[in-house]
Every structure is written in C-alpha cells, then in structure tokens.
Design a protein around this ligand. Structure first.
Ligand code: BEZ
Length: 211
C-alpha cells in the first residue's frame, strides 16, 4: 500500500511494549510519529532508538507522541531495550510495536521487497491531529535518521498549519518565513502588519509569527 501526504493514516490495533494500542485512539488529538526500524539487535537501530528516547522532552514539547515498529516479537523488544539502555544511556521510553506477522508494516508499505523482503526499511510517518499524513520519509537500512530534522519538520508543519506561511530551505525556529503565494499583498497587510521584505513579488519574507 502506498500512503501519500493528505491520506488518513491507516488505523490498526497492535501489541506494543506498553500494551495493546489502537493507533487512532492512542494518538488522541495530538501529533504522532510512527517510525519503523529494520530489525532488533542491529547497530544503527540501537543508536536511533536511544536517540529518540533522549529526545522525549522535545517531542512532548511539540505535543507529539512517538511510536516505533519492528517485525520482531515483544520478548525480543524487551531484551533489546536493556542493550539500548546499556549502550546509549537511555532505554526506549515510548511504545514499540511488535509486528512479527508484518500486519502494520504491510499496511504502511514499510517492506520494500527489492531492498529486503523480510525487514522493513526506515520509514517515518508524521500524523497530524486530523489523523492525516503530513510527512513521509524512507531511508535505507544502512543510514540512520536525523531526528533533529524530524523535529524541525514538525516545527514547520505546526507553524504552517496555523499561519499562511511556508518555511524556506534549511529553516529553523526563529528564522524568517515566507508568505504563501495564495495571500495577496492586500491580505498580507492585514495578516502581517509589521510588514515583509519582497525579493520578488512571489518571494516575500516575514518574521516568524509567534506560535
Ligand atoms: C542496523 O540497524 O544497523 C541495520 C539493520 C539492517 C541492515 C543494516 C543495518
């Protein structure tokens, strides 16, 4: 199944390290990140899960819940968790889906058979409060993800959901943003009374609105 931006994130029920979860119910009214890692007891995944655990406060500050997935069973997740704590300094502090029958992995198209027909690739789905998919990322097994980038995208998604702005290349919190083309200069005068800087009629930079 191909999941595209704007699709409703498929709902599912799954066993996790924090008990059975119904995905939409678990998301509640906030934001969510669902990410897969290829296999338990693998080196890159070990570093990723430790990193996400360390970023717990950053995700919480953005009203965002995180849930991991691998196609290994719960008992393997539990044993691996101890290794993650030992080597990365923090055990996973978010639920990890055990998906040995690949039910969720197939639902989200996380298995790319021409890359590997048994393990998942490194997928990321960011889901908004409306349960729509706002971001998809796919990394190969050999490349660990940059979770600061995922936080940065969430910042952009949350800002642009609230204001009629878009964020330029390499934008980060506090940088100027772009007034979207759908907003005319007349409308912009009302929305951005502090003014903006137009490099071209279609390229208008404005201070980041306070979120
Ligand atoms: C890893 O997490 O280290 C890994 C997993 C599958 C293939 C290659 C690396």
């Amino acid at each position: 199944m191909t999941i595209r931006l704007g699709d409703t994130a498929p709902d599912f029920t799954a066993e996790t390290t924090e008990g059975e979860i119904r995905f939409h119910e678990w998301l509640g009214h906030g934001w969510g990140v669902l990410f897969s890692h290829p296999k338990d007891f693998t080196p890159v995944c070990t570093t990723e899960l430790g990193e996400v655990a360390k970023l717990k406060r950053e995700f919480a500050a953005r009203g965002t819940k995180v849930i991991g997935l691998s196609v290994d069973p719960l008992d393997a997740h539990a044993r691996w968790s101890k290794d993650i704590e030992e080597t990365q300094g923090t055990a996973p502090n978010f639920p990890m889906i055990a998906d040995p029958d690949k039910k969720v992995a197939d639902l989200y198209g996380m298995i790319h058979p021409n890359a590997n027909d048994t393990a998942t690739v490194r997928s990321v789905f960011v889901v908004g409060p409306d349960k729509k998919v706002k971001l998809t990322l796919t990394y190969p097994a050999s490349t660990g993800r940059n979770f600061d980038e995922i936080l940065r995208v969430i910042d952009s998604l949350q800002l642009t959901a609230k204001y009629q702005v878009a964020t330029p290349a390499n934008w980060k919190q506090g940088d100027d943003v772009i007034i979207v083309p759908a907003v005319t200069d007349e409308q912009a005068k009302e929305k951005f009374p502090g003014g903006w800087k137009a490099l071209k009629p279609y390229l208008r930079f404005v201070k980041q609105p306070k979120s």
